[in-house]
Design a protein around this ligand. Structure first.
Ligand SMILES: [Zn+2]
Length: 296
């Protein structure tokens, strides 16, 4: 007798296995992830995934060991759906309810993904017409264990977030300094990335305008408005509001995600997972999710 799989549970289980196998098939194991030794042997298959056994520490491992999802008890499919919802800017509450996961898990997953994305989203240099603008955000101590103490002892300062876009399909949006205009920090962290022969198009800030005038040697050419920089402030505000305020210590990660969502390249969530999250051997460990308190 054939048993009907009314809730398609088996199909889900198989899909999960196939997706997982496919994700990891190109991933190369170079050393034992436990002890770092390169002396290991093939050690059979588990769910279609090649396993290895280390000859030094005698532990077994596979391509999926230490990967983004290896510690997650939830299935790969739920991860995929979560990433998709994240690219649709859904709230944590919405994701948690839809995927039957806790808010805590959703928060942790979001940070795992943000962490993976934030590694290399910034261009090394900006060339051509370089559009530069700024947004001032108030410091946010959300999630800090002693948020109230910090807030009462020190007033929330202004965080200067500088946005820049050159001819490349990449963007630069980063918190650069606190409190007031800091030319040294600007030069070091932003201006140094702008190529000498490029033309700077400034947006709405007198400091940036004066830097542009000097850089452009008072020449003025007609440039097409770059709306992603011109409307950086309203766009970023609107986008951050989805997350109900972002702690300053996590701001850089959220900005990386914002950048990816704002590039010309159309990235669907599958590409995002394949290209960004699985590029190289990106081992994201729980300890790395907790980062330093400085937003810079
Ligand atoms: Zn080992």
């Amino acid at each position: 007798m054939l048993q009907h799989d009314v809730e398609l549970k088996k199909i889900d289980l198989h899909t999960n296995k196939v997706i997982k196998r496919d994700f990891y098939k190109d991933r190369v194991v170079e050393v034992c992830p436990i002890c770092g030794s390169s002396w290991y042997i093939k050690y059979g298959f588990y769910n279609g995934i090649q396993r290895y056994k280390c000859k030094v520490c005698e532990k077994t491992f596979s391509h999926t060991t230490n990967s983004l999802w290896s510690y997650s008890k939830k299935n790969t499919r739920t991860w995929l759906e979560f990433t998709e919802l994240m690219t649709e800017n859904k709230t944590l509450k919405f994701c948690a309810e839809k995927l039957h996961i806790s808010i805590g898990t959703a928060f942790y997953w979001r940070h795992k993904i943000l962490q993976a994305l934030s590694i290399d989203s910034t261009p090394d240099s900006l060339s051509g017409v370089v559009h530069v603008g700024k947004v001032i955000l108030k410091e946010n101590f959300k999630g800090c264990r002693n948020a109230e103490i910090i807030a009462s002892a020190t007033p929330r300062e202004d965080l200067w977030v500088i946005g820049a876009k050159g001819q490349e399909d990449s963007m630069f949006i980063k918190p650069i300094f606190k409190h007031q205009w800091d030319k040294i920090a600007f030069n070091e962290k932003v201006y140094s990335k702008i190529e000498k022969k490029s033309y700077i198009a400034p947006y709405g800030d007198s400091y940036i305008k004066s830097i542009a005038r000097r850089h452009n040697r008072n020449k003025s050419i007609k440039v097409e408005t770059e709306y992603r920089i011109k409307y950086l402030w309203p766009n970023l505000k609107k986008w951050l509001s989805i997350f109900h305020g972002v702690a300053s210590k996590y701001l850089k990660r959220y900005l990386s995600f914002f950048i990816i969502m704002n590039l010309d390249k159309v990235i669907d969530y599958m590409d995002l997972i394949y290209d960004r999250l699985f590029e190289g051997n990106r081992f994201i460990k729980i300890a790395e999710i907790r980062i330093m308190n400085s937003p810079f």
